[in-house]
Design a protein around this ligand. Structure first.
Ligand SMILES: Cc1cc2nc3c(=O)[nH]c(=O)nc-3n(C[C@H](O)[C@H](O)[C@H](O)COP(=O)(O)OP(=O)(O)OC[C@H]3O[C@@H](n4cnc5c(N)ncnc54)[C@H](O)[C@@H]3O)c2cc1C
Length: 416
């Protein structure tokens, strides 16, 4: 493998990395993908994404991957006033598909291998040298083996906690959200509600709680957007806040008899020790979009995709669709010999929408109770939420509407 020159090396085999590898290999490029982990591996994630993701991989075995298809959202504030609405009035096939990340990521990686991509597991990049119009990558495997490989391009897709972007000289500070999630086993045949509904509650300060139905479980989690938090709350305190709210959310479901069969033990979790006791959780950082961040180096040979590029939607904290879209844009710009303009292409395709999502989020998470009462309870809000999750709605339209209708009722609104 040492002597081979690749057209593209991709670092990180999550959805962003595997997608990039697939798109490039399908266009005839010689591609290698590396990951510090072996697969299958866990990744903290709710695993919900709009069904339009399926269009990117028409040949993937989706039936093996999709755990539930959801067509309704049930919104509540402070665990009361639940309102359930469908994503669309018109009876279209709009849906959110729920996957287990362990399975989904493995399926994508296997698909990339079938497309001709080579894979090295337990491998990271130690240094990157760019000279004579080629990249020289120094790789190290967990058993100590080292390799030097040449490539025309490098896509860095090693997620929120990856350090390769730093090695490549990119900045490593992002606006962040913090999220935790748990899996609770559920027997759907005996549960008191149908598995076609996802639940959102907006009582968490500067964030929200979710409950997503899976095949044999419900995934319950919460996230806090740090830029919208008033005062100085550190990440550990955020985790405690989320954890406490999740306990309450769980009691809410139990009191309604919805998840009466939930066992008290969560799966795939770690333990957080706090003065209040031990909590089991799966926590991770979510890097939000920053339009001033460069996502390609000067030559355009090194490109960031997915969470490594900070492409988390600042309203809902979802990142799967954007990860896949960014990889498609990255491969396209490589093929069009336009990769030194990749940052601009991302801004045009995703960034503008995310900047307005950020503005809407900063308004919504400041007055969640007000917006819950006046907006979220309407059917049209669920349609808007679905469009935002699908990346088909620029939130400026909503911000203008809010300004006209409610601006005068919200003290300090004009500063947003
Ligand atoms: C609690 C939580 C819930 C979420 N829920 C949702 C949701 O419901 N829907 C949604 O759309 N998004 C959700 N997200 C966001 C979503 O998980 C991410 O946007 C998505 O995983 C990004 O994919 P990625 O491929 O960029 O990164 P990742 O999925 O993180 O993959 C990165 C890969 O890089 C590898 N890696 C790391 N470091 C190195 C290294 N140095 N060298 C080589 N390889 C390395 C890792 O092993 C990993 O395989 C959630 C996030 C969290 C934290």
């Amino acid at each position: 493998m040492n002597d081979i020159k690749y057209d593209l090396i991709v670092c990180g085999a999550g959805p962003a990395g595997s997608s990039a590898a697939i798109f490039a290999a399908e266009k005839g490029l010689k591609v290698l993908i590396i990951d510090k982990s072996s697969f299958p591996r866990e990744k903290p994630c709710g695993g919900g994404m709009p069904h339009s993701v399926m269009n990117y991989f028409p040949k993937l075995s989706w039936d093996d991957v999709i755990e539930q298809k959801v067509t309704f959202m049930s919104h509540s504030h402070n665990f009361s006033d639940s309102q359930k609405h469908s994503f669309s009035k018109s009876g279209s096939d709009d849906s959110i598909i729920m996957v287990s990340r362990k399975k989904f990521d493995l399926e994508l990686l296997d698909y990339s291998k079938k497309s001709g991509v080579k894979f090295l597991h337990k491998t990271t990049i130690e240094t990157i040298d760019e000279s004579n119009n080629i990249l020289k990558l120094f790789l190290r495997s967990s058993d100590g083996t080292t390799r030097i490989l040449n490539s025309d391009f490098l896509i860095i897709a090693d997620g929120a906690s990856g350090n390769t972007r730093k090695i490549a000289g990119f900045s490593d500070t992002y606006p962040l959200a913090v999220a935790l999630e748990f899996d609770f086993p559920v027997d759907w045949r005996a549960a008191n509600f149908s598995s076609d509904t996802l639940f959102l509650d907006y009582s968490l300060q500067s964030g929200y709680l979710w409950a997503f139905p899976k095949k044999e479980a419900v995934n319950i989690g919460g996230g806090i957007f740090l830029p919208f938090l008033p005062g100085n709350v550190n990440k550990c305190e955020c985790k405690k806040l989320i954890n406490n709210s999740i306990q309450k959310y769980l009691s809410f479901f139990k009191s309604k008899g919805i998840f009466s069969l939930i066992s008290d033990t969560c799966t795939k979790s770690e333990t957080l020790t706090t003065p209040e006791g031990d909590f089991k959780y799966h926590a991770w950082m979510l890097p939000l979009y920053d339009k001033y961040r460069k996502l390609n180096n000067k030559s355009g040979r090194i490109i960031l995709c997915g969470d490594s590029a900070g492409l988390i939607n600042p309203f809902f904290g979802d990142g799967l669709l954007n990860s896949i879209k960014s990889s498609s844009i990255a491969v396209h710009s490589i093929l069009e010999t336009n990769s030194c303009k990749y940052s601009d292409a991302i801004y045009e395709a995703l960034g503008k929408t995310m900047c307005s999502s950020f503005r809407l989020a900063s308004i919504f998470y400041r007055w969640p109770e007000f917006f819950f009462k006046h907006f979220v309870t309407r059917h049209s809000a669920t349609e808007v939420a679905y469009k935002m999750l699908s990346g088909t709605m620029n939130s400026e339209v909503i911000i203008e509407k809010i300004k006209r209708k409610y601006g005068r009722f919200l003290p300090g609104f004009s500063s947003f």
